[in-house]
Write a protein that binds this ligand. Structure first.
Ligand code: MN
Length: 216
């Protein structure tokens, strides 16, 4: 059985920026629904003891329902951790130095994240990643990665993914994510995705989580 991970804070802890009502649906219905779906799919497929981890399913399953539900579980758990009731502000330490090296400044990164998240058409995710070693491209033709220069591994980049897709399948290390599916913001912001993104970056973004992922 895949378990629904506990939220790292109370459901109302991100209010007023993200309401308890949004969290109730987003965590309690959407995230929980992906867990229920995946467990049913794995049971139907005959998975028993030693069932694969989410990371294994994401890496090994081709496109389809098992991949979609496994990736959505992983992505949402990562998204809750990408926010904090004490979020916002600026990164520090090695992460800040890496951001300066890759984007020029934290403000330039915020501009790039905003452009990518605003322009991510339809349902998807916008990520800050540490690029795969070996010079692979940042994502597969995603416009969000277009601004990331250089071909070497280890640099930071902003990438967009569609639907459930996840940068792990491109070999990148996710540092942060913004959920830009409408269910993430519609109850609080209606169609104003840019207002949600601005609030995420000003009040919610958890740079300590990104720094731990960068160091990890
Ligand atoms: Mn979501």
């Amino acid at each position: 059985m895949i378990e629904l991970p506990a939220l790292p804070y109370a459901q109302g802890a991100l209010a007023p920026h993200i309401s308890e009502r949004t969290m109730g649906f987003h965590y309690g219905k959407h995230h929980a629904g992906y867990v229920a779906n995946l467990n049913r799919l794995l049971a139907d497929a005959g998975a028993g003891d030693g069932e694969p981890t989410l990371e294994t399913l994401i890496a090994c399953m081709g496109p389809g329902a098992i991949f979609n539900n496994a990736a959505q579980i992983w992505n949402h758990t990562f998204y809750w951790q990408s926010m904090s009731p004490d979020g916002g502000g600026d990164p520090s330490g090695e992460l800040a130095a890496a951001i300066d090296s890759s984007f020029g400044s934290v403000d330039a990164l915020r501009v790039e994240l905003t452009a990518a998240a605003t322009g991510n058409f339809g349902s998807g995710w916008t990520w800050l990643v540490r690029r795969a070693a070996g010079g692979g491209g940042a994502g597969s033709g995603d416009p969000g990665g277009a601004g990331a220069g250089g071909a070497g591994g280890g640099e930071l980049a902003v990438v967009n993914t569609d639907d459930a897709d996840n940068p792990l399948t491109s070999g990148h290390t996710p540092l942060l994510t913004i959920d830009v599916w409408e269910h993430a913001y519609y109850l609080d912001y209606q169609n104003a995705r840019p207002a949600y993104i601005a609030t995420f970056l000003e009040h919610l973004v958890n740079w300590d989580f990104a720094a731990a992922n960068y160091a990890g």
